[in-house]
Every structure is written in C-alpha cells, then in structure tokens.
Design a protein around this ligand. Structure first.
Ligand SMILES: O=C(O)CCC(=O)C(=O)O
Length: 257
C-alpha cells in the first residue's frame, strides 16, 4: 500500500503528488490499446459530428469492462476518500492524449474548476500515464501551491516555478483541479497516452449521468464501491412511485454526505 500521509501532504501543500506503480507497464499498455480501438470506433460512430473531438474520449465508463474495473483501484479510493469522503462520486472519466506536435486547449495555463473555496477540497483528479510521460512527449506542467491562488499567474511566474510531471507508464498523478497547469509539447513521433478520473463530493452534479449511460450494460461484476462511485447511490426519483419506496430501495441512499 502507499504512504497515504506523504501523498496527502503533497496534495495539501503542493497541490499534486505522484504515485508510482499504480498499474504495471503491461496493464498500462493494455489500456492504451483498448483506448486506441475505442477512439477508432468513436471516430466512425460520430463521423461528421462537428462537436466530436477526434483525440478525446470524454466518457471511458462506456469504453468497456477494463475501464470499469479500473474504477475499483484501492489506491485511488484511499486518496479520493481521504479528501472527499467515502461517498465521493465520479465527475468525469476521460482520455488524456497528446498527439505529436499537437496544440490543444490544455496547452494554455488553466485550472479544471472555476470555483476556489479556501480550505475546502470539492474535487480531486487523477491522471494516469499509460505511456511514459517525458519532457519530450509533453508531460504536463503544474505550478506547485497554485491551488490556493484566485487569479491566473503570469506566464513568467508559471514558467519560472512550474514542474514538469515526467513519470513512467503506470504512474498516477493525483492533483487538485485548482492547480494551474498546462500540457507540454509532444516533439516525438508517438502519441502520449493517458487517462483521467475526476472525483467530486457526493452532492455535486457530475458531467455525465453514469447510471443512465450504463443502463444497457451488464454491471453484475461491479462492486458496491464502484457503483457508488458511479453515482448509483445518489440518483434522484423521477416519479412519486420512485419516491414512496422502502428506504433500502431508495435511489438516493441515506448518509451520502
Ligand atoms: O494533456 C495534458 O498534458 C494536460 C491535461 C489537462 O490539462 C487536464 O487534464 O486538465
């Protein structure tokens, strides 16, 4: 198991921490292959749709059982629960790819949450490297301690103090979405593969209604923890019939924080 105290301290103070060996190199390569296939399938399915970004899968919960299984990772839950309580839910689950010489929105200095609530963590992200993240292929830059800042730092300040989070495939970066960051530049000829999970407090609204998205998927192999994380315990009734039920059958379970 990880040194939770150390990682929690780094997230608290720096705004981010790296957990090595979150997955093995082989497991990471397996996921990046599945990601490639999912990207190809998506490209066909949404061909001609002007809103579809060809490099992004915004909902990996729908990209097959391997991605659903990953949502049961012990270390991810230990860190998320520490900061967000053990009722926290998934906000987004997406690919984080960087193609050779590509400039993306994320190449600008930005944060992933518009709200700053001093001394309170409302969300936490994990970006898992599926290939090695290196200075050459655009490992992401993060400005330590900047999750406490309201205003965007100048480019000069950012570039003076930011740290490039190089790490091997299988290493996960946990970070506060208020940390100012930007993608690096991929100067290689290979795609840099990664994926991100973003967890929030249980009462916040996720970007996708995962239980509805997954209504036709067999979820019998999923643990209660993954179902809770996907938001199954904080659904709201859509009729009075759904409202007047035994508490154990309620869509919004008791004690969800
Ligand atoms: O692709 C990258 O390195 C940056 C990713 C990013 O900005 C994000 O996850 O919000």
């Amino acid at each position: 198991m990880i040194d939770l105290k150390k990682h929690a301290y780094e997230i608290e103070v720096l705004g981010f921490t790296i957990v090595e060996d979150f997955l093995s190199r082989a497991e990471s390569a397996g996921l990046s292959n599945i990601l490639d296939a999912a990207l190809e399938e998506d490209a066909k399915r949404f061909q001609g749709n002007p809103y579809k970004k060809y490099s992004l899968i915004p909902n990996l919960a729908l990209a097959g059982p391997a991605f659903l299984r990953l949502l049961d990772h012990e270390v991810m839950h230990a860190i998320y629960s520490h900061f967000l309580g053990d009722t926290c839910v998934l906000y987004t689950y997406s690919s984080t790819l960087l193609r050779p010489n590509e400039t993306v929105d994320a190449s600008k200095i930005h944060v992933d949450s518009p709200r700053l609530i001093p001394c309170y963590t409302s969300g936490l992200q994990m970006t898992l490297a599926l290939s090695d993240f290196t200075p050459d292929n655009g490992a992401t830059w993060y400005l330590p301690g900047s999750h406490r800042l309201e205003a965007t730092p100048s480019a000069e300040t950012f570039h003076r103090y930011a740290i490039q989070t190089s790490r091997p495939a299988g290493a996960a970066l946990f970070w506060n979405p208020r940390v100012f960051h930007k993608a690096g530049e991929n100067r290689t000829s290979e795609i840099r593969y990664g994926l991100s999970t973003y967890a929030v407090r249980s009462y916040m609204k996720p970007r996708f209604d995962f239980p509805r998205c997954l209504k036709d998927t067999d979820l019998s192999a999923l643990s209660p923890r993954v179902k809770r994380f996907l938001g199954f315990d904080v659904r709201v009734p859509a009729s009075m019939e759904e409202f007047y039920v035994d508490p154990k059958d309620r869509l919004y379970k008791a004690n969800q924080g």
